[in-house]
Write a protein that binds this ligand. Structure first.
Ligand code: NDP
Length: 309
């Protein structure tokens, strides 16, 4: 990973090689001596990349999402995999609320007008943020943290995930389309991958309706981008706030041209406090591995493995 903060936090304890662009710059000795790979979910590691490091024993993903890591390839090679379970849930939930407030109250647009000297506080009054209904797609760490924040805004929460959460007070909705239909705000907090690919499609956006807003802090692949652009252009939905994109780091020009979207560069989970927690968790996993103990935050596929590796 490129992020300088991780290089300095982990570099104080281990010998680091920057392999963002590959492994060809490493000598044979350096490859053989490399035991741990630290990566990000959207970058990941393929089986072929794992084979570049013959003694690789542990892959640590900095964040929660690890869809870019071929976990089955790792496990088949006896390589353990950890992830940053829960480290950035609060940061992502904060950011989802920031996108929501920005989009509904048109903060970026009003900021531009005010800076330009156009003092126009009566221009199209913006709706209340509060006293609305939020549908959360994915009630995991991020979804639950977002629900708590939404409740403080007097927003009624319901959700859709694979399984109902009996320990949470929010209404479970069996299908995403029905969730969209019942919501003013639909927020995607699910992982990427085949099971969620384009789950938010034209039908779901149609169900959200002309007063509805869509927010995505999960993964870009969760939404059919062409359908989203069409829905935003035609007024099928009112607006959107997006932190993740199917083609990131490229953002479609059609989205950039729209006034009714707020865009941020996949930064929701990134904060200095989060980087520190993630680096600490990576160190705890490496220490556990070195001492022959179970990993502190293995990916679920590893937890399910018998016999354990
Ligand atoms: P969790 O694993 O805690 O929760 C994921 C939730 O998604 C669970 O409720 C799960 O359902 C649900 N889910 C998964 N697949 C499906 C599916 N096919 N249909 C319906 N629901 C599904 O993850 P987090 O909340 O910590 O993070 C969620 C995702 O957010 C990450 O995987 C990552 O992709 C993204 N993320 C984005 C960041 C950013 O900067 N924008 C930063 C961090 C994460 P169930 O509970 O029933 O299993």
């Amino acid at each position: 990973i490129k992020t300088q903060a991780y290089h300095s936090m982990l570099g104080a304890h281990y010998t680091l090689h920057d392999c963002t662009a590959g492994y060809t710059h490493l000598t044979d000795e350096e490859r053989a001596a490399t035991r741990v790979l630290v990566t990000a979910g959207f970058r990941g590691a393929t089986g072929a990349e794992m084979d570049e490091l013959p003694n690789l024993a542990l892959i640590c993903c900095v964040g929660t999402g690890y869809e870019g890591i071929d976990v089955q390839a790792a496990l088949a090679r006896g390589i353990r995999v950890s992830h940053g379970a829960g480290v950035n849930a609060g940061a992502v939930a904060d950011h989802a609320m920031a996108l929501l407030l920005s989009a509904v109250r048109a903060i970026p647009h009003q900021d531009r007008l005010t800076r330009s000297g156009a003092w126009n506080y009566t221009e199209t009054p913006r709706p209340l943020v509060s006293r609305k209904k939020m549908g959360i797609f994915g009630m995991g760490g991020i979804g639950a943290a977002l629900a708590r924040r939404a409740a403080a805004f007097d927003i009624e929460v319901s959700y859709h995930s694979r399984t109902p959460k009996t320990d949470l007070p929010y209404a479970y909705v069996a299908s995403l389309r029905e969730l969209a239909e019942a919501s003013d705000y639909l927020v995607a907090c699910v992982p990427g991958g085949p099971s969620t690919q384009h789950a938010v499609n034209a039908e779901v956006l149609e169900a959200l309706g002309p007063k509805g807003y869509f927010f995505n802090v999960g993964r870009g692949s969760v939404v059919d981008t062409a359908a989203l652009i069409a829905a935003l252009q035609s007024g099928t939905i009112k607006g959107a706030g997006l932190d993740v994109f199917e083609t990131e780091p490229d953002v479609p020009a059609e989205l950039c041209a729209l006034e009714n979207v707020v865009l941020t560069p996949h930064m929701a989970g990134n904060a200095p406090e989060v980087q520190e927690m993630a680096a600490d968790l990576i160190r705890e996993n490496i220490t556990a591995f070195n001492e022959g103990r179970a990993l502190v935050s293995p990916v679920p596929e590893m937890r399910a493995l018998t016999p354990a590796i």
